[in-house]
Ligand binder design. Structure first.
Ligand code: HEC
Length: 134
């Protein structure tokens, strides 16, 4: 019975090494998300958070990354680290709707107020200590 055990632990090692996303080591050092105060009416609503996560995956992930840290899966370090959003809930709505050209596109045509709020409620769950969503 010794052989299969050794084999399986070797397999696990290969899988960990093979599939660890780049930046894995760095992500060990990031602070845990914290609970924060929020001005978002959807704050803490599980359905809104799930909807927000889906919207994020559709509209934002290609630039802001799977970890919302601004590391694009295509272009590497690219956009703002959304876990550190500091300018409050209303400013978030505004900047997502209006954009920040040339690099951050406006989404007002595609996402309504509620949808942007849902994305915000999702991002809040990943917020770092210095973040501000009031
Ligand atoms: C085409 C790439 C791209 C997409 C898609 C994108 N962003 Fe951005 N975003 C950026 C870049 C680049 C910046 C940094 C812009 C700068 O600092 O001028 C940014 C900045 C931001 C900021 C900070 C703006 C500020 O005031 O500094 C917020 C908030 C933001 N994005 C939210 C979102 C959300 C939410 C989505 C999805 C709905 C999204 N972005 C989709 C590229 C993108």
């Amino acid at each position: 019975m010794k052989y299969p055990l050794v084999l399986s632990s070797a397999l696990v090692t290969v899988m960990l090494v093979g599939f660890a996303p780049s930046g894995w080591a760095a992500s060990d050092e990031v602070p845990d998300p914290v609970e924060i105060e929020s001005g978002n009416p959807f704050s803490g609503d599980p359905e809104a958070i799930e909807a927000g996560a889906r919207l994020y995956g559709r509209w934002c992930v290609q630039c802001h990354g799977f970890k919302t840290d601004g590391v694009s899966p295509r272009w590497g370090k690219w956009a703002f680290d959304l876990r550190k959003w500091f300018w409050g809930y209303e400013k978030f709505i505004e900047v997502v709707a209006v954009g920040k050209l040339p690099k951050m596109p406006p989404f007002g045509e595609y996402l309504d107020f509620d949808q942007i709020s849902q994305i915000g409620s999702f991002l809040e769950t990943l917020a770092f200590e210095e973040a501000n969503w009031k």
